[in-house]
Design a protein around this ligand. Structure first.
Ligand code: X90
Length: 277
């Protein structure tokens, strides 16, 4: 049985252990420059270009054709997309799923709307891989992954919300507050899959402490943690240190954001996905 996990590039993954995997790239657009968020993208080069570029910039989700290409010849596809409340990505994936199963009635596709992004999607991909490895049926995996996302969460700390505002995804007024020197906006992906701001923190240290407090409030008790950051390994490491002080044996992995997340999270941004209640 050829089973494949497919996630859009906001998961910040180029592969996953123990399972076939494909990433479907979103794109970042600035003037006549286009950055495809795939394995070839030079993320820091893109950030450097964008810092110098003063015109309009934005992002674009993949089309159904991009998802179909990623499904390849898989007999069973387990997909996951960025929240449908902020992107058309999930919609494209659904169209692709319908086309795929119409063309191949013996194949199956399930795409989960993560109502989140980044490291929470990484947890979902890893859980898919675990369920596939355990040899569960297609239906069991779909059921279990939905149950799993009932107890995974995403929190973030961002230094700037300028690119969110530029793209009409939050108000200019809110972005102006976030842009104040030294202010970090700590928030979460709401249960509805929207960006929800919770706290304004003065300085990185306070933001990290706030993230850790929010994790405990969401029922964190030693489960898996995935931290994705944009050029902020120190921030990611100090959050990991807080968590390890409470749970010395917990499984924490840290990585850099790829193109899409680094465009929105901007320099210094930290996203944390974790298992809670
Ligand atoms: O379709 C498109 O062009 C993509 C739009 C994506 C917009 C959201 C990107 C979020 C990136 C930033 C911090 C986490 C926010 C969590 C909200 C659920 C990551």
């Amino acid at each position: 049985m050829f089973r494949k996990i497919v996630a859009d590039s906001s998961a910040n993954l180029l592969g996953t252990d123990g399972a076939d995997f494909a990433s479907v790239p979103l794109r970042i657009l600035a003037g006549d420059m286009e950055y495809v968020d795939d394995a070839e993208l030079d993320v820091s080069g893109m950030q450097e270009d964008l810092r110098k570029y003063k015109g309009r910039s934005g992002t674009a989700c993949p089309g159904a054709g991009d998802w179909l290409a990623a499904f390849g010849e898989a007999e069973e596809v387990f997909g996951v997309s960025i929240t449908s409340h902020l992107s058309g990505c999930y919609n494209s994936a659904r169209i692709a799923a319908e086309e795929y199963t119409a063309k191949h009635p013996d194949r199956k596709v399930f795409v989960l709307d993560s109502l989140s992004t980044g490291p929470e999607m990484q947890l979902i991909v890893e859980e898919y891989a675990r369920l596939i490895g355990a040899g569960h049926s297609f239906e069991q995996i779909c059921e279990e992954i939905v149950a799993y996302t009932g107890r995974t969460h995403l929190l973030f700390s961002l230094e700037s919300l300028m690119n969110f505002a530029k793209n009409g995804r939050i108000s200019q007024a809110l972005a102006a507050v976030a842009g104040l020197l030294g202010i970090r906006m700590v928030g979460r992906a709401s249960t509805e899959g929207e960006l929800e701001l919770l706290h304004k923190c003065r300085g990185e240290k306070k933001a990290i402490q706030q993230l850790w407090k929010c994790m405990r409030d969401a029922g964190y008790a030693g489960g898996r943690v995935r931290i994705h950051h944009s050029g902020n390994p120190e921030g990611a490491e100090s959050l990991a240190a807080e968590i390890r002080a409470g749970y010395p044996d917990c499984d924490i992995r840290t990585r850099e954001n790829r193109g899409l997340c680094s465009y929105y999270a901007e320099k210094g941004g930290i996203l944390v996905g974790f298992e809670g209640e």
